[in-house]
Design a protein around this ligand. Sequence first.
Ligand SMILES: *[C@@H]1O[C@H](CO)[C@@H](O)[C@H](O)[C@H]1NC(C)=O
Ligand SMILES: *[C@@H]1O[C@H](CO)[C@@H](O)[C@H](O)[C@H]1NC(C)=O
Ligand SMILES: *[C@@H]1O[C@H](CO)[C@@H](O)[C@H](O)[C@H]1NC(C)=O
Ligand SMILES: *[C@@H]1O[C@H](CO)[C@@H](O)[C@H](O)[C@H]1NC(C)=O
Ligand SMILES: *[C@@H]1O[C@H](CO)[C@@H](O)[C@H](O)[C@H]1NC(C)=O
Ligand SMILES: *[C@@H]1O[C@H](CO)[C@@H](O)[C@H](O)[C@H]1NC(C)=O
Ligand SMILES: *[C@@H]1O[C@H](CO)[C@@H](O)[C@H](O)[C@H]1NC(C)=O
Ligand SMILES: *[C@@H]1O[C@H](CO)[C@@H](O)[C@H](O)[C@H]1NC(C)=O
Ligand SMILES: *[C@@H]1O[C@H](CO)[C@@H](O)[C@H](O)[C@H]1NC(C)=O
Ligand SMILES: *[C@@H]1O[C@H](CO)[C@@H](O)[C@H](O)[C@H]1NC(C)=O
Length: 497
Amino acid sequence: MAVLILLLLLSAASAVSADEDAFIGVNIGTDLSDMPHPTQVVALLKAQQIRHVRLYNADRAMLLALANTGIQVMVSVPNEQLLGIGQSNSTAANWVSHNVVAHYPATNITIISVGSEVLTAIPNAATVLVNALKFIHSALVASNLDRQIKVSTPLSSSIILDSFPPSQAFFNHTWNPVLVPMFNFLQSTGSFFMLNVYPYYEYMQSNGVIPLDYALFKPLPPNKEAVDANTLLHYSNVFDAMVDAAYFAMAFLNFTNIPVMVTESGWPSKGDSNEPDATVENANAYNSNLIRHVLNKTGTPKHPGIAVSTYIYELYNEDMKLGPVSEKNWGLFDANGSPIYILHLTGSGMVLANDTSNQTYCTARDGADSKMLQAALDWACGPGKVDCSPLLQGKPCYEPDNVLAHATYAFDTYYHQMGKDSGSCDFNGVAAITTTDPSHGSCIFPGSVGKNGSLVNITAPSMNSTSSDSSGHSIYSSGLTSVLITVVVLIWSAVFL
Ligand SMILES: *[C@@H]1O[C@H](CO)[C@@H](O)[C@H](O)[C@H]1NC(C)=O
Ligand SMILES: *[C@@H]1O[C@H](CO)[C@@H](O)[C@H](O)[C@H]1NC(C)=O
Ligand SMILES: *[C@@H]1O[C@H](CO)[C@@H](O)[C@H](O)[C@H]1NC(C)=O
Ligand SMILES: *[C@@H]1O[C@H](CO)[C@@H](O)[C@H](O)[C@H]1NC(C)=O
Ligand SMILES: *[C@@H]1O[C@H](CO)[C@@H](O)[C@H](O)[C@H]1NC(C)=O
Ligand SMILES: *[C@@H]1O[C@H](CO)[C@@H](O)[C@H](O)[C@H]1NC(C)=O
Ligand SMILES: *[C@@H]1O[C@H](CO)[C@@H](O)[C@H](O)[C@H]1NC(C)=O
Ligand SMILES: *[C@@H]1O[C@H](CO)[C@@H](O)[C@H](O)[C@H]1NC(C)=O
Ligand SMILES: *[C@@H]1O[C@H](CO)[C@@H](O)[C@H](O)[C@H]1NC(C)=O
Ligand SMILES: *[C@@H]1O[C@H](CO)[C@@H](O)[C@H](O)[C@H]1NC(C)=O
């Protein structure tokens, strides 16, 4: 009996556990030429029901504006101040007294992040990082705030090597002398491992190996999900794979009970010519799906149901950021507080949830092979029993008269006929689910919510439709599909091996 209890205790202690629900927060960068006043920032946060924010410093005016709002605040020690704090416990104590104790509890500071991507941004300061964490924590203990306020340091996921498959991921050994004492600190203080997770960069750097849909959390047919050959865990998105890579890398260092918190994640809505996937559509899809995924408390395949709270990067587009065009375009809002796009979040709670439509559509993929599109269009209008009469000359959806536009109409109609089952929007890979209404002019698509808010009715498939050639169906559902599956499996093997 005693042995059994001991075992139970041990297993409880060694598993990652979450005592809180997952939340979505937002990073507030300030590299704007017309940075809104703190009171305007807070008004936007309130209107959008954002309850968690991360500041990159401990700006006094921001902390005052956030007082008595109920918003939970992460303040940060900027990298410029890290050396001083890591070398002197009294400097650390001063910092905590000025930037935290002075504002608490009116401003609900719940987390202090010490530095930002220190190991990769300022590697020379790595040697003082753990001391900085400890000194800040000691100052909190001295002020009796260590239970209310956690301390950690956000790191770049680039320190995790071989992150696909996740079970083989490990930390760059160069950093083990810092990471091991850091994890000991995080474990003993009940804190989190903070990680910045950017599927956008993984996707960009993969040179086409990672499918865009996989990075955007778009539904993939089960046979196209990436499978970790060691664990047989299925990964349906890059985000989960990156978070699990962090869990596995920690486990290799024998740390198994430190939860991951994602301190930055997002997708740029605009880029230069080298960044064709930095689009409003993709940014909306990524952030909408990310928010739903996090709030749904799905967890990751390795730790299902364990909250992975995430801060979106970021609140505002920062026009003063240097670098490629995308650097300036990660924001959800412009400096006036106008949304860059309306997230599609109905049904996932209140945070940032402004849309009213909650609709999805099925469209032909840009750049899809036109022969495959034509074949899929023929199938949808034939065996698929879609009423394609609106595509005839003189009918509302005839223009633009090209296979991409016509296939999109047929695919979307089929998808709605099939009750929006994600498997019904594939068409051998030439179709994709989107949240943007493809309706144009008088060509109103199934699922479209008209300006007056009435849902356009979907005509049920007519059972005595003229052509019900079942041989066409079998070509689509067997032959081509298996070729594509083979290709996808090969692609993933290439990534995983
Ligand atoms: C979003 O909702 C908030 C409050 O519900 C409102 O103040 C804000 O104007 C809305 N934004 C948009 C773009 O509709
Ligand atoms: C700082 O460290 C010194 C020596 O290690 C110790 O005596 C002192 O109490 C510490 N001060 C604070 C504020 O923790
Ligand atoms: C801060 O937020 C936490 C989490 O909601 C809550 O438990 C705590 O009471 C809040 N503290 C203050 C001082 O408002
Ligand atoms: C590991 O980190 C060191 C120090 O930043 C770097 O020089 C080295 O290239 C990294 N190793 C790999 C494989 O990325
Ligand atoms: C992890 O623990 C195992 C078993 O106690 C031990 O053999 C191994 O050396 C440890 N690994 C590290 C990196 O500490
Ligand atoms: C939420 O999670 C449940 C099961 O964990 C799943 O069935 C459902 O589809 C998810 N919903 C969304 C919107 O992701
Ligand atoms: C929005 O869509 C989700 C997932 O399809 C569904 O669970 C939810 O009920 C929908 N909400 C509304 C208001 O239609
Ligand atoms: C709403 O729009 C639909 C489709 O555009 C139209 O059929 C319907 O009559 C409109 N309803 C009202 C109340 O305007
Ligand atoms: C859509 O179909 C439903 C049920 O068939 C019907 O009650 C409704 O009036 C229809 N709406 C429109 C705008 O045709
Ligand atoms: C289908 O066929 C039946 C019998 O041939 C006919 O009565 C019915 O009207 C047809 N329905 C449609 C929608 O064409």
